[in-house]
Design a protein around this ligand. Structure first.
Ligand code: HEM
Length: 159
């Protein structure tokens, strides 16, 4: 094993986690701001909505770094980690992270986008989007809990 390459991959793993986890948390906060603003000033809310879309790109980029660095570490130590319980559970959770955070979240995002563009000037966005709003909140809560669980698994490394 080349320890420099392995440690560099681990550093990048943490960078990716920071980007993705950070973007998820910031998106949760920005959404709160969005729902507050959309009730009073729709134009201002559209600016917040654009910021949210950029955070989605950051999440995807973070995920890419996490996976590439994770695969690099596994290239060197797959025999050690691959058979361990923590890693197997983590891998299962990772699939849910991708499905929930990038898949379900994206579908909800485009539904919300459609509602925002089709809503007439007198329509209440809040009334039109009640279901989407609660679903996005659920996505965020699940995503943050999954991250926390993966942190615990990866650091305690239960065998
Ligand atoms: C949401 C996705 C992921 C998160 C949040 C995450 C998080 C973490 C954390 C917090 C650590 C502990 C770092 C340390 O001990 O200093 C770690 C280690 C590790 N991760 Fe991930 N990880 C993710 C995805 C992946 C993937 C996709 C792979 C492999 C394909 C992977 C492979 C590894 C390996 C091999 C280690 C052990 C490194 C070591 O302690 O030497 N991870 N991960």
């Amino acid at each position: 094993m080349n320890p420099t390459v392995y440690n560099t991959a681990l550093v990048l793993h943490i960078v990716g986690i920071t980007l993705m986890g950070g973007a998820t948390f910031i998106e949760y906060i920005t959404f709160r701001q969005f729902w507050k603003t959309v009730a009073s000033d729709r134009n201002k809310a559209m600016v917040v909505w654009e910021t949210i879309s950029n955070q989605q790109k950051l999440m995807g980029f973070g995920m890419l770094i996490i996976i590439m660095s994770g695969v690099t570490m596994m290239y060197y130590l797959h025999e050690a980690w691959g058979a361990q319980l923590w890693f197997r559970i983590k891998f299962g959770l990772l699939i849910i992270v991708i499905f929930n955070g990038l898949g379900v979240r994206r579908v909800l995002g485009s539904r919300l986008n459609k509602k925002l563009t089709l809503a007439g000037p007198v329509d209440s966005i809040i009334a039109l989007t009640t279901k989407i709003r609660s679903n996005i909140l659920i996505v965020h809560i699940i995503q943050l809990l999954l991250f926390l669980t993966i942190f615990v698994l990866s650091i305690f490394k239960f065998t």
